[in-house]
Ligand binder design. Structure first.
Ligand code: PLP
Length: 362
């Protein structure tokens, strides 16, 4: 494309592949030669139902989702899942275990506690969430309805490199900022959910992957629209779904397939993260506080030698076409989110810019 596209390090809503946006643009007024856009037709129209079906199948292919898992698309973002998970899995009174590794874990814990008994089995709060508590320290309840954790803390930049073994208790994961970034053994999970606006597509739609034996356990008070079983049995079309958002997800899944799937992305993402952390570690000007064993591949927070340089760093970066590097207010400093749609070229451009900025200011 000849259109200017910045290097976009936004944490979310995040960069989308240029090819996907171009396709959406080209199809906007006249989709499938129908003389209308995909957002202007009924979700019951067979042409749209085919879009939804294909998106689900492509996601199933990308993650090798086993047949005993249902895939549903829901509205409301990942935050609504913080309530839906307990409402669907705790029945009319039950307890659940939660792992606390930072900002998003805590949000899930606080919301979950409104719907059932929530037990925090471990926390790295005392380490300012720079590490993950050793699995041997987790005080798991074998009778818990599920164990909830956050495989990648988007704000802290802390990521699990392995799937924790929690025995027979269903494992529930908020994969909003890591899904599709590396290969994944779905069969190890009870429920996986992910807001779309980082690695999947457009904000407002959320993917839920649920093992079918966990359906049908919802509390009586669970709203119909939030009932996984009802949504699954109605192909995620219990009411009008966010049709355009799902269409965009479908385009991203096709793009991922063209890139060689999740295995290919994993190689690229590993390289991107390694070179950025290496640049940070090999300088005295930049630093990252996270335990090197658990540094996120997707979100790389870093600080400059002094916060006095922050404003100038951001200003200069913007001039160089490097956008959205400001860290979350809870952490400060900078954060580069390097999701699937952020190319290795963008990471290289950031590394060069950082080196140049250091040379001028150190
Ligand atoms: N969970 C994680 C790990 C996130 O990074 C986010 C980011 O926004 C959320 C949940 C909240 O998602 P949403 O804003 O779609 O509700």
């Amino acid at each position: 494309t000849d259109t200017y596209r910045a290097h976009n390090f936004s944490a979310g809503p995040a960069a989308l592949p240029t090819e996907v946006l171009e396709q959406a643009r080209d199809e906007m007024l006249n989709w499938q030669d129908r003389g209308l856009s995909v957002m202007e037709i009924s979700h019951r129209n067979p042409a749209y139902m085919a879009v939804a079906k294909e998106a689900e199948q492509d996601l199933r292919d990308l993650l090798s989702i086993p047949d005993n898992y249902r895939v549903i698309f829901m509205s409301g973002g990942a935050t609504s899942q913080f309530a839906m998970v307990p409402l669907n899995l705790l029945g009319n009174g039950g307890r659940a275990d939660y792992v606390d590794t930072g900002h998003w874990s805590l949000k899930a814990i606080r919301e979950g506690g409104r719907f059932g008994e929530v037990n925090v089995v471990c926390s790295s709060e005392e380490q300012s969430y720079t590490t993950i508590p050793d699995r041997s320290e987790w005080k798991l309840d074998p009778e818990a309805a599920y164990v909830h954790y956050t495989p990648n803390e988007t704000i802290g930049g802390l990521e699990f490199m392995d799937i924790p073994d929690v025995g027979d208790v269903p494992l529930v994961a908020d994969m909003s900022s890591t899904i599709l970034s590396r290969s994944l053994d779905v069969s190890k999970y009870g429920v996986i959910y992910a807001g779309a606006q980082k690695n999947i597509g457009q904000a407002g739609i959320t993917v839920v992957i649920i093992r079918d034996d966990l359906l049908g356990k919802a509390a009586d008070a669970c709203p119909t629209l939030w009932n996984y079983q009802q949504v699954a049995d109605n192909d995620s079309m219990l009411n009008t779904p966010p049709t355009f958002a799902l269409y965009i997800c479908g385009l991203v899944f096709k793009w991922l397939k063209r890139q060689g799937g999740v295995e290919a992305m994993e190689k690229i993402n590993k390289r991107k993260a390694e070179k950025l952390y290496k640049a940070i570690d090999s300088s005295d000007f930049y630093s990252n506080p996270i335990d090197p064993r658990y540094r996120s591949w997707m979100n790389v927070p870093f600080r400059l030698k002094s916060d006095d340089f922050n404003a100038e760093f951001l200003q200069e970066a913007e001039k160089a076409g490097l956008l959205n590097l400001k860290g979350h207010r809870a952490v400060g400093g900078m954060r580069a989110s390097i999701y699937n749609a952020v190319s290795e070229d963008s990471v290289d451009a950031l590394i060069s810019f950082m080196a140049e900025f250091e040379r001028k200011h150190d």
